[in-house]
Design a protein around this ligand. Structure first.
Ligand code: HEC
Length: 156
């Protein structure tokens, strides 16, 4: 290969590499966040069902806040009451919406019921646990909140 040819090859390869870097950057710049949002699965339900689910969610948040507050006051009886309020009793309203069974993916239902059962399990033992143990278990249960929110959206 003569020197002119070699320089041409280097120039072409450099151009290609440059183009690849720019397009990779542009791809992640453009899709970076959008992709994460799009990766959430959309679950289509009726307006009433969506409101019922979101009401249940706000109840869960209230329960978690109640648990943390009760731990800070060393009131373990109250921890049990708050944890119980986030238990399976909460799913009773959902049972009235039988059609939801077919609309919610199995993984979603498993995570939802699993969360309620875990709060019941915590309620059963809260009065015999230390504050640290309760907070640790609450944080573990809340992995479900984080995981489910990362995976799903509800639309009407
Ligand atoms: C099985 C799935 C699942 C689990 C488990 C879950 N969530 Fe949710 N949550 C959702 C979905 C889906 C939405 C609606 C998100 C959307 O459409 O943007 C939501 C919305 C919410 C909202 C917003 C309510 C509103 O009125 O808009 C709160 C607050 C919330 N969740 C709290 C919690 C807390 C706290 C936990 C755990 C203790 C939890 N969630 C567990 C699926 C779940």
């Amino acid at each position: 290969m003569n020197s002119e040819k070699r320089w041409k090859t280097i120039a072409i390869v450099s151009l290609i590499l440059c183009f690849m870097s720019i397009s990779t950057f542009a791809y992640f710049f453009y899709y970076g966040r959008g992709h994460t949002v799009d990766r959430r699965q959309y679950i289509e339900v009726t307006k009433e069902e969506r409101h019922m689910i979101l009401r249940e969610m706000r109840g869960l948040l209230k329960g978690v806040q109640g648990i943390i507050k009760a731990v800070s006051e060393q009131n373990f009886k109250e921890v049990a009451i708050q944890a119980r309020s986030n238990g399976m009793v909460m799913a009773s309203e959902a049972k009235e919406h039988a059609a939801l069974v077919t609309k919610l993916p199995l993984a979603f239902k498993k995570m939802g019921f699993g969360t309620h059962r875990s709060f019941d399990h915590l309620a059963d033992r809260a009065e015999k646990m230390s504050g640290d143990e309760i907070l640790k278990e609450t944080a573990t249960i809340m992995n479900n909140c984080v995981a489910c929110h990362a995976g799903y959206r509800i639309t009407e």
